[in-house]
Design a protein around this ligand. Structure first.
Ligand code: KIV
Length: 261
């Protein structure tokens, strides 16, 4: 059943060792069955993303997600005891100061996360440094930052299009790497800039989403990949299954059988 049946328990070190040698496929997970199915498929890196605000809780964006939401879903994912490395997002406004960032990162670790992720570059460097100094592995998130989409007028815009944007992204990525960040999501970054960051960062893994093929790994919101949130699919995703349609069909057939009995 497993595509990578020999996959041992994944660690920050084992994932980092893939840099330049093997790609890192990563997917979001929000509950026990999802984490267990992804683990059985051999996915090495999971993220309890705050995208759960939209694809699980039905919010319009990620800004309404709370620490309690993240803890609840991280516990469910951790209950699957996946071999994949489990990460969890620090939600919006839960890492405004280094002290708050460390306290909330510890709560996610207590719930079962093995790394935490937060959005931003040099503007959150003190928080990132404090998290790392507390011994907590950290994954960055640069490019389009969903937690700031409301402030940016509600549009999910591609980043790195002009020279100023390019140099800011490269500078931020190098600062994160120098701080000791093991991986960084690059969301909606132009493919040449994502490629440049991947090459310039010698140790930090780049995990792309809508940022071209040049990254060390790729991450997707799992419902986008398997068609279980069929009402919206980002332009850069080709669903590989239509589980929403399969569910509607199964339910319709079952209701037909109930009504016919
Ligand atoms: O919240 C999330 O699911 C994410 C991924 C899109 C990287 O941040």
């Amino acid at each position: 059943m497993n595509s990578e049946s020999e996959l041992p328990k994944q660690t920050v070190v084992s994932l980092a060792a893939r840099k330049g040698t093997a790609r890192v496929p990563a997917l979001t997970a929000y509950d026990y069955p999802m984490a267990r199915l992804l683990d059985e498929a051999g996915v090495p890196m999971l993220l309890v993303g705050d995208s759960l605000g939209m694809v699980v809780l039905g919010h319009p964006d990620t800004t309404l997600v709370t620490m309690e939401d993240m803890i609840h879903h991280t516990r469910a994912v951790a209950n699957a005891r996946p071999r994949a490395l489990i990460g969890a997002d620090l939600p919006y406004r839960t890492y405004d100061t280094p002290e708050q960032a460390v306290a909330n990162a510890r709560r996610l670790l207590d719930a079962g996360a093995e790394y935490v992720k937060a959005e931003g570059g040099v503007e959150i460097l003190p928080q990132i440094e404090a998290i790392l100094a507390a011994g907590i592995p950290f994954c960055g998130h640069l490019g389009m930052l969903p937690q700031h989409v409301v402030e940016e007028g509600g549009k999910y815009r591609i980043k790195g299009r002009d020279e100023e944007g390019r140099s800011r992204l490269v500078r931020d990525a190098l600062k994160l790497e120098a701080a000791g960040v093991f991986a960084c999501v690059l969301e909606l970054v132009t493919p040449p800039v994502a490629q440049e960051i991947t090459t310039q960062c010698r140790r930090m893994l780049t995990i792309g989403i809508g940022s071209g093929e040049g990254c060390d790994g790729q991450i997707l919101v799992t419902p986008d990949l398997v068609g279980s949130f069929p009402w919206f699919t980002p332009r850069f995703v080709t669903p590989r299954a239509r589980t929403g349609d399969a569910m509607r069909q199964a339910v319709t057939e079952w209701m037909g059988a109930v009504n016919a009995a």
